[in-house]
Ligand binder design. Structure first.
Ligand code: PMP
Length: 285
């Protein structure tokens, strides 16, 4: 596999980053994951805009222009012959000469930019989407700026392990009694013709897939309510689902051991998945 590091396209075994890199020492880095369908990037513009926002919120310099970023994405997809899969991008505050909490002078220390691809044939036609997934609830103990897409993924990673141990596929995080989001996705339930999901704030990541799915839902005459909800309310819903760049729309059929819709994906979530895939492919770059 060919990867990209600071201006160079290299075999992955030759790619190197300093041990003083602030992402390695302090999780001082941000990332994006863009999916690839039919060799094209899904919602690149949305991911590029959110990346810029993450960088701005952390006073982190941009490693290059967003046009250059698009070129690097395309080049890697081409070189690695990705038809269906993902492009992972990470920007860090770079590698100063020493370990120091204080941000280095951006004139002296340049950001680190790393990209690699993941080949995932069958991403769109995912058999898991036909079965749905089971989630458990866990407490949300993450920091207060979840709107910034940082590489601090230890707790989400622990959450996935807790789910696995409990025989489930993923976890929904709960704070002050209300669901924030999934470990790596946004969370929703459907009751009648209405989709309910938490409103945007610093408490959750502003999902790029979320924005698109809510827009398509409104266009297909579904009602959208952005508000807090509890696990109990979601358990009593007709359907539930998650969204993310790598799962698109994924039905949830069980929450903390309570089955929804007889334990099989409901028609509305399945339809939203179809619409999302269809519409996103049309405008992929
Ligand atoms: N919430 C969290 C915590 C995430 O990690 C992700 C995906 N990285 C999402 C939501 C979904 O965001 P997107 O649709 O942009 O992939």
């Amino acid at each position: 596999r060919t990867v990209y590091v600071n201006g160079d396209y290299l075999p992955e075994t030759e790619a190197k980053v300093s041990i003083f890199d602030r992402a390695f020492l302090m999780a001082d880095g941000v990332y994006e994951v863009t999916s690839v369908l039919g060799g094209k990037l899904i919602d690149f513009e949305g991911h590029a805009k959110r990346l810029q926002r993450s960088l701005d919120e952390l006073d982190m310099p941009s490693p290059c222009t967003m046009d250059e970023l698009l070129e690097i994405h395309r080049e890697l997809v081409k070189i690695n012959e990705i038809d269906e899969g993902m492009v992972y991008l990470q920007v860090t505050r770079g590698a100063p000469d020493d370990r120091d909490f204080v941000f280095p002078d951006p004139e002296l220390v340049k950001p680190t930019l790393v990209l690699f691809t993941q080949n995932k044939p069958g991403l769109a036609d995912n058999p898991v989407a036909k079965k749905g997934i089971k989630v458990i609830s866990i407490e949300d103990v993450r920091w207060g700026r979840r709107d910034i897409k940082t590489v601090q993924l230890l707790y989400p990673s622990m959450g996935k392990m807790m789910a696995k141990k409990a025989g489930a596929d993923d976890a929904w995080m709960v704070e002050d009694g209300f669901v924030t989001e999934g470990t790596s996705n946004n969370a929703y339930f459907i009751k009648g013709n209405k989709i309910v999901t938490r409103a945007l704030s610093n408490d959750i990541l502003h999902g790029i897939t979320r924005a698109a799915v809510l827009r398509f839902a409104k266009e297909s005459q579904m009602e959208v309510e952005e508000r807090n909800f509890t696990i109990e309310e979601a358990q009593q819903a007709d359907e539930a689902f998650i969204t993310s760049a790598s799962t698109f729309v994924m039905p949830v059929v069980e929450i903390d051991g309570v089955s929804l819709g007889g334990g099989v994906p409901g028609p509305r979530a399945a339809r939203l998945r179809e619409i999302y895939l269809e519409e996103s492919r049309k405008v992929a770059v």
